[in-house]
Ligand binder design. Structure first.
Ligand code: PHE
Length: 357
C-alpha cells in the first residue's frame, strides 16, 4: 500500500496537464480504480484486519484527492502566470507621436462646435443621411412644387420603374433632424445636429458632400434676440477672439419666418483667408424663427411654443478658422495635406483646456 501511495503521489507531481491528472484520478479513485477496489475489499476482511486497513485506506484516498486538487490549482496558476507574462503591457508608456494619425479639421471643428454649444445647454441629436423627402422637404414647409427643391441640387435615390415607395434623397441639409428631434423629445428642446449633407455642386468652396451643424431651440418665449446672442457667443468662442464682425442679412427660408443669413468679415488677400479683417464677407449660416408649420410637423403646438433654428457650414468655418483656402482638398485624403492641417489625436477640444492648440 505504501507503494501505491508513492506511485500516485509521484505521478501526480509529474503531471503536466489537466488530462493527465484526470487519468490518474480515474486510475486511483474511479469506479474500478485501484484504491476504490482496495476499499471494496474491506468488506471481506476480518474485523481486526478492517480496523487496521480501513483508516489507512481512507487516509490514502483523502491524501490522493487533495494531491490531485493541489496539482490542478498549481497548473492553473502557472498557466495564468504564463499568460500574464505574454500579455504584459506598460500602460504608463507615452504614446508614440510619430506613429500617430491626425484628426481631420472637420472632426476637430465638429468637436469644438459641440463643446461650445454643450456649454450653452444644447444636446447633440442625429438623423439619417439617406432621408425621406418628407423629412428633408415637406415637413420643413417645402412642398413638392417649391423652387427650393430644384435650388438645392438634390441627389435622389434611384427607384426602379414601378417601385412606388416614397422617394428618398441624400439629405440636402441637417434641418430634417429638427423634425426628428422635436418628434422624439417634444418641447422645450435645445439641440444641435452636426453631420454630413449632400448637394450636386463643386468648386473652391463647394463639394458634393459637406458638413453642417443644425441648431434648434424651442421654448415658450424664445425670440430672435436669443438667436443673435447665441450666434455671437458661438462665433467669439469658436474664433477665440473678443470681437468678430458679423452681418445679419434679411433672407428667406421656407422653414423660418423671419429669416436671416449671417456672414463673417474676412479677406482673401494673396489667396490666404483671414477672419476679422478685409472687405469680403463669407456666408457661414442661415437662421430664423421656426415656422409654425415646421413646429406642427414636429408635433409641437405653435400656439404655445416658439423657437429659433440655424444651419451652419462646418467646413466653411473650418476653412475660416484654420486658413484653409480650398474646400475640395478636405476630401482628397492627401496625406501631406492631412499632416499639415490635421490635429494631434490626444488634444480633445474643451472650453477649459482650450479649443485648438
Ligand atoms: N437648412 C438651411 C440650409 O441648408 C440652413 C438653415 C437652417 C436656415 C435652419 C434656417 C434655419 O441652407
Amino acid at each position: 500500500m505504501s507503494d501505491l501511495r508513492e506511485t500516485y503521489l509521484k505521478a501526480i507531481a509529474e503531471a503536466t496537464d489537466e488530462a493527465a491528472l484526470e487519468g490518474l484520478r480515474v486510475r486511483a479513485l474511479g469506479k474500478k480504480g485501484e484504491i476504490s477496489l482496495a476499499l471494496r475489499e474491506l468488506g471481506r476482511m476480518s474485523a481486526e484486519e478492517r480496523r487496521e486497513a480501513g483508516p489507512r485506506l481512507n487516509a490514502l484516498r483523502d491524501e490522493i484527492t487533495s494531491a490531485l486538487a493541489a496539482r490542478k490549482a498549481a497548473l492553473a496558476d502557472a498557466a495564468l502566470d504564463e499568460r500574464l507574462r505574454g500579455e504584459w503591457l506598460d500602460v504608463t508608456l507615452p504614446a508614440r507621436p510619430r506613429r500617430q494619425g491626425s484628426i481631420h479639421p472637420v472632426s476637430q471643428v465638429t468637436e469644438e462646435v459641440t463643446a461650445i454649444f454643450a456649454d450653452m445647454g444644447f444636446a447633440v441629436a442625429e438623423g439619417p443621411q439617406i432621408e425621406s423627402d418628407w423629412y428633408n422637404f415637406d415637413a420643413l414647409n417645402i412642398p413638392g412644387h417649391h423652387p427650393a427643391r430644384a435650388e438645392m441640387d438634390t441627389f435622389y435615390i434611384h427607384r426602379a420603374a414601378g417601385d412606388d415607395r416614397p422617394p428618398h434623397v441624400l439629405r440636402t441639409h441637417t434641418s430634417p433632424v429638427q423634425i426628428r428631434a422635436m418628434q422624439a423629445q417634444g418641447a422645450p428642446i435645445r439641440v444641435i445636429a452636426p453631420g454630413r449633407v449632400y448637394r450636386a455642386d463643386y468648386d473652391q468652396t463647394h463639394t458634393p458632400m459637406f458638413h453642417q451643424v443644425e441648431g434648434l431651440a424651442v421654448d415658450r418665449d424664445i425670440s430672435m434676440a436669443n438667436l443673435k446672442w447665441v450666434l455671437e457667443e458661438f462665433v467669439k468662442a469658436f474664433f477665440e477672439v473678443d470681437h468678430v464682425d458679423l452681418r445679419f442679412r434679411a433672407s428667406h427660408f421656407p422653414f423660418t419666418e423671419p429669416s436671416a443669413e449671417v456672414d463673417i468679415r474676412c479677406s482673401w488677400e494673396g489667396g490666404t483667408l483671414k477672419v476679422g479683417e478685409g472687405d469680403d464677407w463669407l456666408e457661414i449660416l442661415g437662421s430664423g424663427m421656426v415656422h409654425p408649420h415646421v413646429l406642427r410637423a414636429g408635433g409641437i403646438d405653435p400656439e404655445e411654443w416658439q423657437g429659433f433654428a440655424f444651419g451652419m457650414g462646418i467646413d466653411r468655418i473650418a476653412m475660416l478658422k484654420y486658413g484653409i483656402p480650398d474646400l475640395r482638398a478636405f476630401f482628397d485624403s492627401d496625406l501631406r495635406w492631412l499632416r499639415h492641417y490635421g490635429f494631434a489625436a490626444l488634444d480633445v477640444p474643451t472650453l477649459h483646456g482650450g479649443l485648438s492648440r
